[in-house]
Design a protein around this ligand. Structure first.
Ligand code: PGA
Length: 252
């Protein structure tokens, strides 16, 4: 059985004060979360605060990006070992905003996956098509290419150390959620693609859905066979909404 994971992606939001309040709220309601593992991915500069607030709770935390390099002259970059130094368990790699605004290629993302894995972090690998790509009917080709880049660099067994997140770009922050059927179709495709190389890895792989997931649609999405949780942007910034999604997994 795959344990569902609900991970918040705060993106570039928050302040010391707002994070104090948000995590206070999440901590006070976490007792109602029976099934899902819960994590928050914070802007790196706030990780010491997140660690201080979450240490000793069942809530894990992580970064939103990581360098492909171990250390050295890479101004502005953050190494996997640094994230680990502040107690991170997870790190998001290949979010569509990084791919689009920071021109991260599939190969760069695969190298980030490798760097995170080598350090002992659990990478959350994001894949997803744009609206244009969906309309052209190339959704499967796009997510396959993004997934294959990691398999080519690291081998299929490397997926046993990570989490996959299907995030249709057109659904991110738009309020336009993929229907449970649309999401399930891609999740099943991704799992089958991994199964083609290693059935056991595919069976154990958690595939999260991301893109305007909310308390109101989380349960029906997570009810689908191949949807093992969510990567939550906007709704992760309010404790009540985030907890609503985390508890929606109770029915699984
Ligand atoms: P959203 O973002 O929930 O605000 O759509 C999801 C994500 O980008 O991870």
């Amino acid at each position: 059985m795959r344990q569902p994971l609900v991970a918040g992606n705060w993106k570039m939001n928050g302040s010391r004060v707002s994070i104090e309040v948000l995590l206070g709220g999440v901590k006070s309601g976490i007792g109602d979360v029976k099934v899902a593992e819960v994590a928050v991915c914070a802007p790196a500069i706030y990780l010491p605060q997140v660690q201080a607030q979450l240490r000793g709770t069942p809530i894990a935390w992580g970064g939103q990006d990581v360098s492909t390099h171990e250390s050295g002259a890479y101004t502005g970059e953050i190494a996997a070992s640094m994230l680990l130094d502040f107690g991170c368990k997870y790190v998001i790699v290949g979010h569509s905003e990084r791919r689009a605004y920071h021109l991260e290629s599939d190969v760069t993302v695969a190298r980030k996956y490798a760097a995170a894995r080598a350090a002992g972090l659990i990478p959350i690998l994001c894949v997803g098509e744009t609206l244009d790509e969906r309309e052209q009917g190339v959704t499967e080709a796009v997510v396959a290419r993004q997934l294959d880049a990691v398999i080519e660099l690291e081998g299929v067994a490397a997926l046993a150390d990570g989490v996959l997140a299907y995030e249709p770009v057109w659904a991110i922050g738009t309020g336009m959620t993929a229907t449970p059927e649309q999401a399930q179709e891609v999740h099943a495709f991704l799992r089958a693609r991994v199964a083609g190389q290693d059935a056991a890895v595919a069976e154990g792989l958690r595939i999260l859905y991301g893109g305007s997931m909310k308390p109101g649609n989380a349960a029906e999405l997570m009810a689908k066979t191949d949807i093992d949780g969510g990567l939550i942007g906007g709704a992760a910034l309010q404790a009540e909404d985030f907890l609503g999604i985390c508890t929606a997994a109770n029915g699984r």
